[in-house]
Design a protein around this ligand. Sequence first.
Ligand SMILES: [Zn+2]
Length: 346
Amino acid sequence: MNGGKLIRKIKMECPLCDKVHEIEQRIRVAKTIIKGEEVNYEENYYFCPNSEEDENEFSTAKMENENLLNARNEYRKAHGLLTSNDIVAIREKYGLSQVDLAKLLGWGEATISRYESKAIQDDAYDNMLRIIDDNPLAALDLLQKNGEQFAENKKLAIKQKIMENLDEEGREYLQRKALESEYVEYEELSDSNGMMKLNIPKLELVISYYASKIKKLYKVKLMKMLWYADSLSYKFHGHAMTGLVYCHEDMGALPIGHYKIGGLQFVNMEEECDYENVKYHFLPNDKLDESELSVEEKEILDKVIEKFKSYTAQQIIEYMHDEIAYKKTADKEIIPFSLAEQIRDF
Ligand SMILES: [Zn+2]
């Protein structure tokens, strides 16, 4: 065979004529059989212009490996499978070694190394690789599932890298999941949640509604106003509005998972720094449709706004401290909605 395209000329010791001379590196299309199918691929080889026609080609072991890899990658392309380079790219995107990626996927430790060098992956393996390539959340799920395979600091480093690959939507999904996970034990309707399951879209609407009526709405005040909305709703209609569960804290009622509320997809919160601390400013979200709140819900929210709109954080804390629901619960205790029924009228 000849007729290959010249890539470059290099001077080296020629194993065919045993002399140091200029040798041509060439490339051509070759055929081979993989899994019973003929595959065309690019083959690299050396050409000695000084030798007989039948014995003027040779290749190194490294070249042969690369040729085989080319052939397998052509087979993969023809079958819509990830190439070895694609697999390397997925691995590097998450900063993983071959062994780490295999562990993350729950496969034998040598699997990825084989796929990057020798073997062609089955469809099922190919699908798994594509899923984590397309969706970092799936990679995160796998890390949770197979996490015991990694040392703790290694696991953290991988998690960090996966998070870097999450888009905004993925991060918001996680925030939502994080808040929901705090409410797993409050899924049953009870006195703790005011006979209402956590309703995140409703919570987002209520916050936006409050923020649209109160310019300087900061976290401490908002948290109390949420409690009043839920408590009045419970008092008048027998069920809370948002499904939040509140604890008795120094500063009054504080919902479980409150740190995660500001990160919710449709909660518009800005961090503001003054000299000493960070303040969380809540703003309306014009992507939300106020009309999704019922007339009864708006009535309650308007009552709460009317009462507290000009209160400072400190004033609303002090007001809350006089509620029977607050006085009859101990520090860190959940404030039951049955007590909230005795809320002072306003
Ligand atoms: Zn030669």
